[in-house]
Design a protein around this ligand. Sequence first.
Ligand SMILES: Cc1ncc(C[n+]2csc(CCOP(=O)(O)OP(=O)(O)O)c2C)c(N)n1
Ligand SMILES: [Mg+2]
Length: 369
Amino acid sequence: MVSRSQPGNKKPRSKPAAKRKPAAKRSTPSKASRSAPEITPFTHEEDLAGYRGMLMIRRFEEKAGQMYGMGLIGGFCHLYIGQEAVVTGLQMTVQEGDQIITGYRDHGHMLAAGLDPKGVMAELTGREGGLSKGKGGSMHMFSKEKHFYGGHGIVGAQVSLGTGLALANAYRDNDNVSYVYFGDGASNQGQVYESFNMAELWQLPVIYVIENNQYAMGTSVSRSSAQTDLSKRGVSFNIPGEQVDGMDIRAVRDAGARAAAWCRAGKGPYILEMMTYRYRGHSMSDPAKYRAKEEVSKMREEHDAIEQVRARLLEGKKVTEADLKEIDKEVRAIVSDAAAFAKESPEPDPAELWTDVTAPAEQEEGASA
Ligand SMILES: Cc1ncc(C[n+]2csc(CCOP(=O)(O)OP(=O)(O)O)c2C)c(N)n1
Ligand SMILES: [Mg+2]
């Protein structure tokens, strides 16, 4: 029988004393952390890893866009191009067993979590080799092995589900954190605040990552939100929040490390508002007429996350243009293989319609069959 520390009292959840330092008194991170904290520089190796990781997402998404155009991908398809630094930087702070959950713009999150690009692409084409056996498509992919809980099409739904994952961590009294990604549009949803309330009340280990890409479909944040500083959305619940330059992978990693340390110390939830931008339309069917082309090109030219790392790497002189081209070539080859696999994998057997509808009941330990 596992002893459970029942969440319910507003006090730091119980934890192995050696592991977690109890939070004697709630303290929000200093005001200073709200105004651009100092950024920890990346080592050459970290820059290289960040470069490769972000490039993988970008090339994958470009290929997905092409395949959609060719009719090989049907249904919805939301690309992550422009936002790569958010998930790549935060993934650097994830520990084994931490859960990840997000909305429908999920391909990048899966790749960053270490899932095989073949399985992701084959899910987009709706084939047997896809991560949801071709039955979920772009918006609904999961991986038990990587603790990746989707891929959700209902705006905001992942916030309450992700809070539940944090509740599970509290019950299990483990050291894990639930990373819950959602958009600026989702941040206006009621269930987000019900979740915030419970998370703070029960001191749940959850990082709420608001990916503020400035738009919810065609509506800008300023047109839809009374409080446009989304990092402040936890104020009335006493949840600390930070606004982060989501185009700078180093700032993302730093903020993620602060948030994860806060959660792992048993101090409850944390909000990170990642200031980012999507270069493409909301989905493949959006011509993005609600914003000026210049707005997009300005972001690309002045703030692109991959270009920032590329410039740093070249400045460091440990790699040349040719070395970076070689990395791009390797990444493109992986993506090409994934595309070939996604085209060749067979369509799911119609009998699959009846499987994976409900979870099989887990057999209780010691129960007779
Ligand atoms: C409950 C619900 N309401 C509306 C929609 C339609 N819808 C799909 S995406 C979206 C915009 C969400 O924007 P945001 O949260 O900023 O995420 P982003 O697409 O920018 O990543 C809306 C309104 C939906 N899927 N679910
Ligand atoms: Mg948005």
